[in-house]
Ligand binder design. Sequence first.
Ligand code: ADP
Length: 175
Amino acid sequence: MRIAIYPGSFDPITNGHVDVATRAATLFDQVVLAVYDAPPKRLLFTTEERVAMARQALEHLPNLRVASYSGLTVAFARSVGAQIVVRGLRVISDFEAEHQMALTNRELAPDIETVCLMTRREYAFLSATIAKEIAKLGGPVENFVPSHVAAALRLRFGSAEQQREAVIPTQLLRD
Ligand code: ADP
């Protein structure tokens, strides 16, 4: 059985991530979208919120599940029996970081292979950072992220009153 993990920050999940995850689910028997709990960047959403939003975005894929992890990505891959790490490539500037990470992970775990999937043209310039920036400035993000994520972004950047109303269904918070 071919098991792959798709690790990342997913702060929040975008249509580009959904596309990569969906294509990975057709390539491998099982996919675990792995939400890294402490990436070296400032996060907008908590780990639980990132997991819940990803879960809702991908609930239609029967062979994909969402989990959070801490520590080494290759250690998490081993813990779920995965032999493959999936990453997405957008523009040439992604290549350097992905290349470095893939070679480092191969040093740490020669038995685990990295597979990079090329983005679709329409998502080539889409990142979670850009979606957050647009939402922060009050712009429309509906074309960039799933509708429940757009709502969460609007609430996060909206009034304090709106923020208190931002409730994520508790069944989606399960690990
Ligand atoms: P990280 O913080 O590890 O870069 P991200 O959540 O930003 O994690 O992204 C996870 C993976 O998805 C990375 O390999 C990234 O290149 C890829 N990715 C992000 N956005 C897109 C997109 N629009 N199209 C294809 N791949 C993407």
